[in-house]
Design a protein around this ligand. Structure first.
Ligand code: 6GU
Length: 248
């Protein structure tokens, strides 16, 4: 997968050199490119923002550098050149649709993603209209709170998406049992020692009885989800709960 990220703080994205995502980059599974928006300005001060038309607080990102960098990314897209398909342009914004695991799975299938990190009060709206000629533009939020810019949101989204790309995670089976994969939160986990600070590991996990262990874990998932995320219980579709869930 090809990923381009545009920011006025490219150093923020240095964390993408670490851990599994960093390894995927070094192995060539992820072709991740970070662009400094200021490199696409043409004035001496490398200005990227200006005051809002209509008045109001804060500053707005100027359209010209955005136009220049997005033209470059679209023109150089290996996907556009080979398939003619539009790359997806994610615009991180608290005013976007909320990112979730289904979206991560969907985006993990795309051959080319670009991220446009806004700062201040946002990017001149005409940039999104202009970009939609060459990109499938999607404003996306990572939750109902406000960040100062899109960079931290991009770190979260690239990690959530990147780990779903085949070859990025060593053991893909671990993806099947994690929170949100089946509409429930994941069960609690334990490791050695079996007694620690006077606390025991639940006995059933030491029993070697696979059926009982599966039932215990499933009950913990249901209990945890009901307590912590009642909203997810409401969303469960009929096929998620099986006969055994109802009988116990
Ligand atoms: Cl994606 N960007 C910003 N600036 N704030 C946010 C957000 C994104 N998601 C939640 N808050």
């Amino acid at each position: 997968m090809r990923i381009d990220v545009v920011s006025i703080f490219p150093e923020y994205l240095a964390a993408l050199d670490l851990s599994l995502i960093g390894k995927a980059r070094r192995e060539g599974v992820l072709d991740l490119n970070v662009h400094d928006l200021r490199d696409y300005t043409s004035d001496r001060h490398r200005t990227t923002d200006d005051t809002p038309y209509g008045g109001g607080a804060g500053m707005v990102m100027k359209p010209e550098p955005w136009g220049a960098v997005l033209n470059r990314i679209a023109t150089e897209s290996p996907v556009v050149r080979t398939t003619g398909e539009k790359p997806i342009l994610i615009v991180p914004s608290p005013a976007g649709a909320v990112f979730d695991q289904d979206m991560a799975y969907d985006l993990a299938e795309a051959p080319h993603l670009a991220f446009a990190c806004g700062r201040y009060e946002g990017i001149d709206e005409r940039v999104l209209e202009f970009a939609s000629e060459a990109f499938d533009v999607r404003p996306i939020s990572i939750g109902d709170y406000v960040l100062n810019g899109g960079e931290v949101a991009v770190l979260a989204m690239v990690e959530a998406i990147g780990r779903l790309i085949p070859g990025v995670i060593g053991n893909p089976a671990s993806l099947d049992e994690e929170s949100h994969s089946d509409g429930l939160l994941e069960y609690p986990v334990y490791t050695k020692p079996d007694t620690w600070e006077g606390r025991e590991v639940p006995e059933v996990l030491l029993s070697g009885h696979h059926g009982k262990i599966a039932r215990f874990r499933r009950n913990k998932q249901l209990e945890r989800t009901a307590i912590r995320r009642p909203d997810m219980i409401v969303q469960l579709d009929g096929s998620t709960l099986n006969r055994h869930d109802r009988d116990t």
